[in-house]
Design a protein around this ligand. Structure first.
Ligand code: SAM
Length: 291
């Protein structure tokens, strides 16, 4: 079982490798994940002039959307991977967003004072943290009393054919080890109540979770394969182990399986995410230094 430093190092390396693919497929990924970001933002009740912290921001969402909604506020995008945040910074510049800062850090060790932020978002990041309880305690620490947190995770693979179709095809050619339930993986937080329990353990109140449908839309089955094999962490890692012929066979199988999702000249493959919201109780003022 790797320790926390080893998990962070492996995640840093994996996301540095994936950052170019996330930038290449930016518009397809953002269209797919947009409904989840919108649901999280609704729960966070963003008000202009406030301070927002986006954890595991990757290429910047939902932090950049929050910065557009609250132009007089401050949005800090954080991530373990400098390469992912470089993409986020380029996206922020391209959108003319001047109130956005980036900071490389791990979710479980935040370089911010207590009670700094009005809201915290974590879209599809939790499952990669070395210590999810410690990370949650950090979110609570940096939130102001009454501040809101909202995260999202993936529901089980059966509800997410957008990734499981490709993974099943890859598993016929590569050894896809069963995920370590205690280690980082895309579906680690899929069980209902998993993140809610972490929130309640950290003292958050008004905790609730709900599911949000997504749809991955590509122009063709071939583009579906290209996109998934390049940017989904599990798929990219499994394909690294096999030769070109095995890759080609996995590609052909995935394309044959996804053809059933072609509609009106596009491929539309569904998925399901879960959002989890919570609030830091009012009246939990930070300890004052002795006078
Ligand atoms: C699936 S991406 C999500 C990116 C973005 N929030 C979105 O929804 O488009 C997961 C991100 O988690 C980051 N990550 C992994 N471990 C982390 C950690 N310990 N602390 C902060 N970020 C981490 C990765 O670098 C990656 O950018």
């Amino acid at each position: 079982m790797p320790n926390a430093d080893e998990i962070r190092a492996a995640q840093r390396a994996a996301w540095a490798r994936l950052s170019a693919s996330w930038e290449k497929w930016d518009s397809v990924i953002m269209d797919q994940l947009g409904p989840v970001g919108a649901a999280m933002i609704e729960r966070l009740a963003i008000a202009d002039g406030q301070q927002h912290l986006d954890i595991a921001s990757g290429t910047g969402e939902p932090g950049l959307r929050i910065a557009r909604l609250a132009p007089a506020g401050r949005v800090v995008l954080t991530d373990l991977s400098a390469e992912m945040l470089d993409v986020a910074a380029r996206r922020a510049r391209a959108q003319g967003l001047g109130t956005v800062e980036t900071r490389v850090c791990s979710a479980d060790d935040l370089p911010f004072d207590e009670a700094t932020f009005d809201s915290v978002s974590v879209r599809f990041g939790y499952m990669f943290f070395p210590d999810m309880a410690k990370a949650t305690a950090e979110f609570v620490r940096v939130l102001k009393p009454g501040g809101r947190v909202c995260a999202s995770v993936w529901v089980k693979p059966e509800e997410n054919p957008w990734t499981s179709i490709a993974m099943q095809a890859i598993a016929t050619e590569a050894v896809v080890a069963p995920p370590d339930p205690d280690g980082p993986n895309m579906f680690r937080c899929a069980a209902p109540g998993y993140i809610s329990a972490l929130y309640e353990g950290a003292g958050l109140v008004d905790v609730g979770e709900w599911d949000v449908e997504v749809e991955l839309v590509t122009r063709s089955p071939e583009q579906y394969w290209e996109m998934i094999s390049e940017h989904v962490s599990l798929a990219a890692a499994a394909l690294q182990q096999v030769d070109g012929l095995a890759r080609e066979r996995a590609r052909a199988k995935a394309i044959a399986a996804v053809i059933g999702y072609e509609k009106g000249g596009e491929v539309r493959v569904p998925g399901l995410a879960r959002c989890i919201g919570g609030t830091k109780p009012a009246g939990t003022e930070p300890a004052q230094p002795p006078t």
